[in-house]
Design a protein around this ligand. Structure first.
Ligand SMILES: Cc1cc2nc3c(=O)[nH]c(=O)nc-3n(C[C@H](O)[C@H](O)[C@H](O)COP(=O)(O)O)c2cc1C
Length: 216
């Protein structure tokens, strides 16, 4: 087995991108996020809309997992999932979360933290309809986060969903969107000599944001 201890100590990226200055930043973190998401997408980063979503359970134990950002509207960050999943259970008992967008090849990361609510069922329906056929069937077949005895059971559930719902599967009642309303958004840009640039927007009132630079 590889002796990782030495190799890990030697693994080191030099960050050399242009510094991030206060004047470069948009007045609203949503606009700034939109600009950086565009950069990530233009750079060809695979799943540039993927983030790690952190939640905590009822005993405050944190868990994080990847989800895809599927909507950015009215200042809300929207993702879709199974309402009976572990993450949904967490959000039911503690409706707060943090999204981490890891655009490492651009030497950037963004953290978006705030409160989370389920979106209207009509909006979930609208997005569900736009999903590929097999993804729609998959939403019926998967009891996300529940123990599964074998792959065959899952494949069987998929076939049964196909049998039952035919060519136009409706949105399952246990599937839909959550919207995160940000209270803080942090932008991090790698800099030379580990002197990175880090800016934090915090909501100061319903419409305003306070912007501060943080030590890296
Ligand atoms: C790139 C990527 C994107 C994913 N997107 C989603 C998503 O949008 N929604 C979702 O429910 N799970 C998504 N998953 C699966 C989750 O990471 C996770 O395994 C699943 O939601 C169960 O999490 P939970 O048991 O903590 O609820 C994605 C996984 C990867 C690797």
């Amino acid at each position: 087995m590889t002796d990782w201890n030495k190799q890990l100590a030697a693994m080191r990226e030099e960050y050399d991108s242009a510094p991030l200055r206060r004047d470069d930043l948009a007045p609203s973190p949503l606009e700034q996020f939109s600009n950086w998401l565009q950069d990530a997408s233009d750079a060809g980063i695979a799943d540039s809309n993927a983030c790690s979503l952190a939640t905590v359970d009822e005993l405050s134990r944190p868990v994080s997992r990847a989800v895809l950002l599927k909507g950015l509207e009215d200042g809300l960050f929207i993702f879709f999932t199974n309402f009976e999943s572990r993450k949904a259970e967490h959000l039911l008992s503690n409706p707060r979360a943090c999204m981490h967008f890891p655009w490492f090849s651009l030497q950037r990361q963004v953290l978006v933290a705030g409160s989370v609510e389920r979106i209207d069922d009509a909006k979930s329906e609208e997005y569900f309809k736009s999903r590929p056929y097999f993804s729609r069937l998959g939403a019926w077949a998967s009891r996300q986060s529940a123990p599964l005895d074998s792959r065959e059971t899952l494949e069987q559930a998929f076939l049964e969903a196909r049998e039952k719902h035919g060519e136009d599967p409706p949105k399952p009642p246990h599937w839909g969107g959550f919207a995160l309303s940000p209270e803080s958004v942090e932008f991090w840009q790698g800099g030379s000599h580990r002197l990175h640039d880090r800016f934090l927007y915090e909501r100061s009132d319903p419409d305003g944001w306070e912007l501060r630079r943080l030590y890296p």
